[in-house]
Ligand binder design. Structure first.
Ligand SMILES: Nc1ncnc2c1ncn2[C@@H]1O[C@H](COP(=O)(O)OP(=O)(O)OP(=O)(O)O)[C@@H](O)[C@H]1O
Ligand SMILES: [Mg+2]
Length: 330
């Protein structure tokens, strides 16, 4: 039986940061399809980690392995210091999982769903009622608590899902696409909820199709592609991996465009859009020198925009997809 002491490693500042989740060489195949082809992960306790990947990349598979719902074909993983293969009960007692598809029972009320979870956690009736009331309040579901969950909006259902996940007071939670299908306001609310969890010291492992979401929330992001982690780092580190920063000048007058294009030989031309792209890191210094230079050359663009590479650029560069991800339909 492995000891439940969390593995630690030294940070640059000398402090020891326990890993909430660590994995080496995780593999999983279905038939002759390799879904995970050797995945290494290390998620410090109290941080938010985002696993990004196109549809079918294996995000849910990774969540299922780490939460002991399925077993890996190879490699090993520790969650909260417990080995997923040899100590699944230890793992389960430390984690909460909000699956990609709702665990809410629509036939009963939100409150009854919560009480059912409390029962599953072997809480006494009074303890269950206390925890349920507290979480319903926290997730702004008090008014809806006595209504059948089938009448809830997508955002309310998702909040109930997470509230149910928190019943046992897990220290590590897995959120598989927590905001897919939510409108922008509900998505922002959910981000607030996730940040609050982490400020309480909970470790969050989330999967998402929204690069903006990973950018907003995650301390570290891993991009899953072709069964492997194609890149791993903070949003800024990932953005630095790829070029793509530029200043874009747009013209309405074709003659002005032509003369600017003649003068700006290093710019990339888009003759149809009458626009020119000049590589730039987006710093104030560089922008000023571009503007000075345009003035000197007598070039007057109708529109100037600065584009810094975002996670979309990284994602498309790494996963080789040509289409922007569409809103997922449930
Ligand atoms: N039980 C299973 N049997 C056979 N193939 C499976 C099974 N579960 C998943 N797969 C396959 O494994 C691959 C990865 O699936 P997974 O659900 O992990 O992807 P995902 O990254 O979560 O995708 P999505 O963004 O659509 O949720 C897919 O090709 C899927 O068809
Ligand atoms: Mg999935």
């Amino acid at each position: 039986m492995p000891s439940p002491v969390m593995p630690t490693s030294r940070r640059a500042d000398g402090g020891a940061q326990p890993a909430a989740v660590s994995a080496t060489g995780l593999r999983k195949s279905y038939g002759d399809k390799t879904v995970l082809d050797g995945i290494d992960l290390r998620i410090p306790a109290g941080s938010i980690f985002a696993l990004l990947g196109p549809n079918g990349a294996g995000k849910t598979t990774a969540v299922k392995i780490l939460s002991t719902l399925i077993s890996a074909d190879g490699g090993e993983a520790q969650v909260a210091g417990h080995d997923v293969a040899t100590s699944p009960h230890g793992v389960r007692s430390a984690i909460g999982v909000t699956g990609q598809f709702s665990a809410v029972d629509g036939l009963i009320t939100g409150e009854e769903n919560m009480l059912l979870m409390a029962e599953l956690h072997h809480m006494s009736k009074s303890e269950g009622r206390r925890v349920a009331a507290e979480l319903l309040e926290r997730f702004d579901l008090v008014e809806a608590a006595k209504k059948p969950a089938s009448t809830y909006s997508g955002g309310m259902k998702r909040r109930l899902d997470i509230a149910m996940t928190l019943v046992g007071g897990p220290r590590i939670i897995f959120l598989d696409e927590p905001t897919t299908g939510l409108d922008p306001r509900s998505r922002h609310n959910m981000w607030g909820i996730i940040r609050e969890l982490v400020s309480d010291g909970v470790t969050v492992f989330l999967t998402t199709q929204y690069l903006e979401e990973a950018d907003e929330l995650a301390d570290r992001i891993a991009v899953l592609n072709d069964g492997k982690i194609a890149a791993e780092g903070s949003a800024d580190e990932l953005k630095r991996l790829i070029p793509g920063g530029h200043v874009r000048l747009r013209f309405t007058d074709p003659a002005a465009y032509q003369s600017a294009a003649g003068a700006l030989r290093e710019a990339t031309r888009d003759d149809e859009a009458l626009s020119l792209q000049i590589p730039s890191d987006g710093t104030q210094r560089e922008l000023r020198s571009i503007l000075d230079w345009l003035d000197t050359a007598g070039i007057e663009a109708d529109e100037l925009t600065v584009h810094t590479p975002d996670l979309d650029d990284v994602f498309f560069a790494l996963t080789g997809s040509t289409d922007k991800p569409k809103e997922a339909v449930r």
